[in-house]
Design a protein around this ligand. Structure first.
Ligand code: PMP
Length: 306
C-alpha cells in the first residue's frame, strides 16, 4: 500500500507535520531492529469513526515492549488518547493506525540502553485495490520454505520489527512463485501463520486454528473471530495443525487487521473446497464487518469512538 502524506504525526508527545517526523540514519532501530509496533484500524460507522479493539492493541503494544525490554516512556492511557487525537487531527473517517516504539539516536552497538526510546503514531487511509473482489474470491496461498522462528529464538508473540524479516521472506518467496501470500510452518512442521495474518481452516463444519505454541502472533482479529464463531454456534478448536489438513479443508481464511476476514482459495495450487468463499467464512466475514462498521450492536465492546 503506497503512502500518501497526511497532515500530522504524533511524535513523542506532540503533533508534528508529516514531513517533520524523521530520524537520523544512525538511529539504533534501523541497525538492530530495536522497535515494536502495532497495526490498528478505525472504521467509518454511522456514529463517526471508531477504533476497532483499541484497548487490546494498546495492551499488546505494551506487552511487546515488555518482552523485548523496550521501556516505553508513556502510560497506556496516554497512548490511547494520542491515537484518538491523531485521527481527529487528520480528520479521518476510516484509517490504519501505526504506533511505533523504537530505540532512537545516541549510541551504536547492540546493547541498546544508551539510546532514547522514541514513540510515533501515524494514521493514514488503507485502500486495497480490488477490495470487494479479494474479500469475495480470496487469495492463492503457497506454503513457504521459510519456517516461523523456533521458540526461544525470536519472540513470535511480540510484534517486534525483527520478526518481520521472517514475514518478508515468506511473502516475497510466495509472490516470486506466483502466489498472493505465503503461509509458514512452525519449527516442528505444523501450520503456523501467514506473513501478517493468522489462519483458520474449516473441516466438516468445525473451525480450527493453530495454538499460540506454534510461533504465531496472538492476533486480535483471531480472538474476535473465535468469539464470533462461539456467538454463531460454530465449533472452534485451537490445535496443532499438520500441513496435510490444508489440502483437505472445506474452507480456509486469514484474519488480521489488514486482512480482516480474507478467504483463501487455494494452498499450493490445490483449490480449497470448491475454490470459492465457503459459507462459514462468509458468515464470519459478514458478522465481523457488520460489527466493525457499526451496523450491528457492538455486543463485545470492540468499538471506541474517536
Ligand atoms: N500474525 C502476524 C505476523 C501479524 O503481523 C499480524 C498482523 N498484526 C497478525 C498475525 C494478525 O494480528 P491482528 O489480528 O492483531 O492484526
Amino acid at each position: 500500500m503506497k503512502l500518501t502524506p497526511q497532515p500530522k504525526i504524533w511524535w513523542n508527545g506532540s503533533l508534528v507535520d508529516w514531513d517533520k517526523a524523521q530520524v537520523h540514519v544512525l538511529t539504533h532501530a534501523l541497525h538492530y531492529a530495536s522497535s515494536v509496533f502495532e497495526g490498528i484500524r478505525a472504521y467509518a460507522t454511522p456514529k463517526g469513526p471508531a477504533v476497532f479493539c483499541l484497548a487490546e492493541h494498546v495492551e499488546r503494544l505494551f506487552q511487546s515492549c515488555r518482552i523485548v525490554r523496550l521501556p516505553i516512556p508513556f502510560a497506556p492511557a496516554a497512548i490511547t488518547a494520542a491515537i484518538r487525537e491523531t485521527i481527529r487531527t487528520n480528520r479521518q473517517d476510516a484509517c490504519y493506525i501505526r504506533p511505533l516504539v523504537f530505540r532512537g539516536y545516541g549510541a551504536l552497538g547492540v546493547w541498546p540502553d544508551d539510546n532514547p526510546v522514541d514513540v510515533a503514531i501515524a494514521t493514514f487511509p488503507w485502500v486495497r485495490p480490488n477490495e470487494e473482489q479479494l474479500l469475495r474470491e480470496g487469495l492463492a496461498v503457497g506454503v513457504s520454505s521459510w519456517r516461523r522462528m523456533a521458540p526461544d529464538t525470536l519472540p513470535a508473540m511480540a510484534k517486534c520489527a525483527a520478526n518481520y524479516v521472517n514475514s518478508a521472506l515468506t511473502v516475497c518467496e510466495a509472490k516470486d512463485r506466483g502466489f498472493q501470500e505465503g503461509l509458514a510452518l512452525d519449527v516442528d512442521g505444523f501450520v503456523s501463520e501467514g506473513s501478517g495474518q493468522n489462519v483458520f481452516l474449516v473441516h466438516k463444519g468445525v473451525l480450527s486454528t493453530p495454538t499460540v505454541a506454534s510461533s504465531i502472533l496472538g492476533g486480535i482479529t483471531r480472538a474476535c473471530v473465535i468469539q464470533l464463531a462461539k456467538d454463531l454456534g460454530i465449533p472452534v478448536v485451537e490445535q496443532r495443525i499438520p500441513r496435510e489438513l490444508l489440502y483437505t479443508a472445506d474452507e480456509a481464511f486469514f484474519t488480521g487487521t489488514v486482512a480482516e476476514v480474507m478467504p483463501i482459495r487455494s494452498f499450493d495450487g490445490l483449490a480449497v473446497g470448491s475454490g470459492a468463499r465457503g459459507p462459514i467464512t462468509q458468515r464470519l466475514q459478514e458478522r465481523f464487518f457488520t460489527i466493525a462498521r457499526g451496523k450491528a450492536e457492538d455486543v463485545h465492546g470492540w468499538l471506541t469512538p474517536v
